[in-house]
Structure formats: structure tokens, C-alpha cells
Design a protein around this ligand. Structure first.
Ligand code: ZN
Length: 441
């Protein structure tokens, strides 16, 4: 049992001064307003928020940071670089990279990550002795880094889509595929959930999964989180309209893939009918604003989606940066640029995206709030750093960043203390994992 005295804590929809939070065995057992700490209380200066959920991650994309800007290019040329890295990873190098990537997330306040995972098999196809060896590497990595994990195991079957149908997998993509949705479902069934781990499902995209395979995926997901990349680029809409005569959102809806347990990732280029379908089914939308900016995707209709009924969450996706506070803030700043209006989202709505709604999208309804019975996830943020000094606590989400996070508690365990991760020098871990992937590249 540990008692934390928070100078300010985020309770419900705002900051409260002087709050004592007691955890026992990873759960919050008491929350009370109290002006001064009791002897023996661990003091958390600044503002303590619930743990952050990073609802969309591809851990291996972290190896691409600062490596794709030299020749200009497009989303599609970025993807060629990404495939070059994908072709080099094995379970050992994937473990090292994911462990360091998740540790960097923890430093930024992330206590739970949704890993949209499609790097399943050896290069060229085939199977590892354990067909889930790459998933097991992610699971070990998250446990080592002190971050809870939802494996969003992605079905990936085709090499793309054009007006005449789906294309064969190319040499790199062969390792993503289980052959068909039944083969995918059988492999995923061999990956049981365990403490700190939940298993969800994903449709990589309508480009990579033919519509006829969707019902089997929805059946296998069976109410667990089901995520899909949707309409990140206009080209995806164009090929979907050319081949199916409908948008990706409509296609997913017609096959039962939209529901309150489902999450659409990006949703950047949506028609008004798409927005209505997502909101009407209660489907969550995961915005990845730093990735959408980095890849020149565009700005999604975040406010319209929220108003239509879609809960919003955020993800660092390709990890062009790992700063979930900034991702949440970009929901609002992108809207300002798009509409010429300020205050499209209240700060409390941004905190909800970062915490409770992100956890819900990843299948952890018992996390994301500082309240009795919830998982003991606490993120303490300095309010006296050069970036945050002078801010009102209720508006800190509009100013603070990852560098201001000083203490992170996940499931009652201290993962980050005084800005240091329990694994030590995370920059060194990242360098050691990434540099070998680019040797002779
Ligand atoms: Zn993605």
C-alpha cells in the first residue's frame, strides 16, 4: 500500500488542490481532499493526471524517426523506408526496439499502449517455431518497460487495392500475412491474455483486407477491441470507391465492423455520411495528429466526429515524436487552424481523450480516472518548469509536454521517478536498438 499526496490532482473534469490517493495492490482504494500530506506520504508536486493511453502504436516505426526527411517524398515513399526496416527485424531485435520505444512512452506518461501489430512472421513468410514469437516479443517489451499492453493483432492479407481488385503481397508484405482471416484467427487464438495484457483485433485497412474476409474478423474479435486504419490518405478512398463503389467507412459498416468496441484510426478524409455512421455506431476515432502532419495526410474532422457521437483518443502511431500531451493538444490546435476558431475542445475534453477514452478504446474500462476501484495509474507533471510555470492547473494540457512528466505510476508500480525510467538511460537503449537496423541500409 502506498499513499501519494498530490499538490493538484485531476478528478473528473478538473484539477483539485491537495488530494491524497492511496493504492493497494495496483488499485486505487481511497481518494480524499486534504490540504497537507501525512507523514510517510509520497509527495507528487505539480499536477497528477490519470495514466495516458497511447491508443495507436507501431513500435518498429520508432526506428524511422529522423530518417525519412532527406529526399522529400510522400506517404508512399515513406512507406518504402518503413518496409526496409520491417524486412530486417526478428524477435530479438523487435524486443530490443519495442522495449526502448515503450520506455520512451513511459517517460512521456503512457501507462497503456495499443500496439497495432502486423509484423507476424519471418521475412518471406513461413512461421517461427512459435507462430506468435513476434507478439511475444512485444508482450515482453511492454512488461519490461512497465506499460500495460493491448495487442491489436492485425489481419493483413493483400498487397493493396486498385480499381480491379486486391493486389498480391510483395516480398516484404509476405511476413504480414496469415493467408486468410481464418488462419489469422487461429493464430491469434493461441495468444492468451494475461496480467497487464489484453488481446484485441485489427483490420489493417480495406487496402490489405478484402471485404469477404471482414465477417470472420468481426466474429473472431467477439466484442474485444477491433481497430482499423481508415481513410488516412485520399488515395485509399479513391480505390475503395473505384472497386467497391463505397467509402472504406461504409464498407466496414456494411460488414458489421463499426460498434462501440471498435476504433477507426485516422479518419482523416471522411464524407459527412462517414462521420454520421461512425458517430451513430459509437465507434471511437483515434487521431494521430503528429503522424498525420509528418506524413502530410491532412486534418481529420475531430470536432464533427465528437459531436456525432464518436469518442476520441490519440496515438503516437509512427512516433515522429513521443509526446501524448502534444498529440492531445494538436486536436485543438489543428481545429483552430482549420476553422479559424479557438476553444473547439475544452481542456477537459483533451484530457478525456488522453486518459479515459483511450483506455476504453483499448479494452481497459477500469483505467483512465483517478477514482476508487480504478487501476493505480498516476502521471505527475511539473507546474514550475520553464514551459509550465505560471499555468492554471486546469489548462496545463495546453502547455505541458513529455519533458514535464516527472513521476509515472502504472498499476501501482513506480515506472518513472524524477524523470528517470527504471530501465535507466532510454536514449542509449533506443540507439542500441535502432542503429544496427540501418547498418549497410
Ligand atoms: Zn498506423
Amino acid at each position: 500500500m502506498t499513499a501519494y499526496w498530490c499538490e493538484h490532482a485531476w478528478l473528473g473534469d478538473g484539477a483539485v488542490a491537495g488530494v491524497r490517493v492511496v493504492e493497494d495492490d495496483g488499485r486505487i482504494v481511497s481518494v480524499e481532499a486534504i490540504t497537507d500530506p501525512a507523514p510517510g506520504d509520497a509527495r507528487l508536486p505539480g499536477l497528477t493526471l490519470p495514466g495516458f493511453a497511447n491508443a495507436h502504436s507501431h513500435a518498429f516505426h520508432r526506428a524511422l524517426r529522423g530518417r525519412t526527411h532527406d529526399r522529400g517524398g510522400t506517404f508512399w515513399t515513406w512507406r518504402e523506408r518503413m518496409y526496409a526496416v520491417a524486412a530486417r527485424l526478428d524477435p530479438d531485435s523487435y524486443l530490443a526496439l519495442a522495449r526502448a520505444t515503450y520506455a520512451e512512452m513511459a517517460l512521456a506518461g503512457v501507462t497503456c499502449v495499443g500496439e497495432f501489430h502486423y509484423l507476424h512472421h519471418p521475412p518471406g513468410g513461413g512461421r517461427y517455431d512459435d507462430p506468435n514469437a513476434m507478439s511475444e516479443a512485444l508482450i515482453q517489451a511492454a512488461a519490461d518497460a512497465g506499460v500495460r499492453l493491448t495487442v491489436l493483432d492485425a489481419c493483413y492479407l493483400a498487397g493493396g487495392l486498385d480499381g480491379s481488385g486486391h493486389l498480391p503481397l510483395d516480398d516484404v508484405q509476405l511476413r504480414f500475412s496469415d493467408g486468410d482471416a481464418d488462419g489469422w484467427a487461429a493464430r491469434v487464438a493461441g495468444l492468451p491474455g494475461r496480467d497487464g495484457l489484453r488481446i484485441g483485433a485489427a483490420v489493417h485497412s480495406v487496402r490489405a483486407v478484402p471485404a469477404g474476409q471482414l465477417p470472420a474478423i468481426v466474429r473472431a474479435a467477439d466484442g474485444r477491441p477491433l481497430h482499423a486504419h481508415v481513410s488516412e490518405q485520399p488515395a485509399e478512398n479513391e480505390v475503395s470507391l473505384a472497386f467497391y463503389g463505397m467509402t472504406p467507412t461504409r464498407l466496414l459498416n456494411d460488414h458489421g465492423a463499426l460498434a462501440p468496441g471498435s476504433t477507426v484510426v485516422h479518419g482523416t478524409h471522411l464524407t459527412p455520411q462517414d462521420v454520421a455512421a461512425l458517430g451513430g455506431t459509437g465507434t471511437s476515432v483515434c487521431a494521430c495528429p503528429s503522424t498525420e502532419a509528418d506524413l502530410a495526410d491532412g486534418i481529420g474532422p475531430f470536432r464533427r466526429l465528437r459531436d456525432a457521437g464518436s469518442p476520441l483518443c490519440v496515438g503516437s502511431d509512427q512516433h515522429a515524436m513521443t509526446d501524448l500531451l502534444v498529440e492531445a493538444r494538436m486536436l485543438e490546435t489543428s481545429e483552430r487552424l482549420e476553422t479559424g476558431e479557438r476553444g473547439r475542445f475544452r481542456p477537459a475534453e483533451l484530457v478525456d481523450a488522453l486518459t479515459v477514452d483511450g483506455h476504453r478504446a483499448l479494452g481497459w474500462p477500469e483505467a483512465g480516472r483517478i477514482a476508487v476501484g480504478q487501476r493505480a495509474d498516476l502521471v505527475a507533471v511539473h507546474m514550475d518548469s520553464p514551459r509550465t510555470a505560471g499555468c492554471a492547473p486546469d489548462q496545463l494540457v495546453m502547455a505541458a509536454g513529455a519533458a514535464d512528466v516527472h513521476t509515472v505510476v502504472g498499476d501501482g508500480r513506480i515506472v518513472v521517478s524524477d524523470g528517470q525510467h527504471v530501465l535507466g538511460d532510454v536514449g542509449r537503449l533506443l540507439s542500441a536498438a535502432i542503429e544496427p537496423l540501418w547498418e549497410d541500409a
